[in-house]
Design a binder for this molecule. Structure first.
Ligand SMILES: [Zn+2]
Length: 242
């Protein structure tokens, strides 16, 4: 026998399902992302504005009811992808780009790695998005209390400490930023971690430019922007360095 409570519970699910199917009728990409222009290249400044708007919605908890994640969007995206920005961010579980920019499927090309560092494969991923897809904005995003930068600062302050070879590879890539930040500020410990995380973003932007003639060429022509950003854990706010 079905209890009244179970019936009400079932009804609730029914209502939720109805609401969801109605939401899915909304052509979310058309309404939120410029309609027929969705397959076109989004100019870098427009892409920055979209990310800022999305982050503002996230910070104020006024996220879109349907950011574009439903079956219709999934079906449309079987034909291809049209991201408008590439985000190189940390793997840290507290910094998921689609959530903090309130964005749906197919709009952000995400390259995530601990410490938002660069190596040939990661640079290749950024090149792929910039040269072979619609993304013309690269955002290198660091964040507060980064564990990878913290590990590099620890290695700097305790040179005798050792990690696994793979973690050491990440640490070595961040180390020049730690040394530069320490030289500039004289900071140690947690203060150095923050200074080094910011320095790391600047260094990675320069590495992308220096190591990729193709992206450098696009940037010089004004076709591509490579910018820095910094995420604050408590407020959820992204500071754009533009
Ligand atoms: Zn991190």
């Amino acid at each position: 026998m079905v209890s009244r409570r179970q019936l009400l519970k079932g009804f609730g699910v029914g209502i939720a399902g109805l609401m969801l199917s109605k939401l899915e009728e909304i052509p979310c990409l058309a309404s939120h992302h410029g309609g027929h222009g969705r397959h076109k290249i989004v100019p870098p400044d427009e892409a920055i504005a979209r990310l800022k708007e999305g982050n503002k919605r996230y910070v104020s908890m006024k996220c879109l009811k349907d950011p574009g994640i439903g079956p219709k969007v999934r079906e449309m995206l079987t034909k291809g992808q049209w991201p408008y920005a590439t985000i190189l961010s940390c793997s840290d579980s507290r910094v998921p780009p689609e959530i903090i920019f309130d964005e749906g499927l197919g709009r952000l090309f995400i390259v995530r790695v601990a410490g938002n560092i660069i190596n040939p494969a990661l640079l290749g991923s950024i090149e792929y998005a910039s040269l072979h897809s619609t993304s013309r904005l690269v955002v290198v995003m660091g964040h507060e209390s980064c564990g990878a930068v913290g590990a590099a600062v620890h290695a700097f302050e305790h040179p005798e400490s050792k990690e696994t070879p793979a973690i050491e590879d990440i640490i070595e890539r961040i180390m020049p930023a730690v040394k530069k930040a320490h030289k500039k500020t004289g900071a140690t410990g947690k203060v150095l971690v923050e200074a080094a995380a910011r320095e790391n973003v600047k260094m990675v932007i320069k590495q992308i430019r220096d190591q990729s003639p193709s992206l450098r060429k696009m940037q010089t022509k004004g076709e591509l922007k490579i910018i820095g950003a910094y995420y604050y854990l408590k407020t959820g706010k992204v500071e754009f360095w533009v």
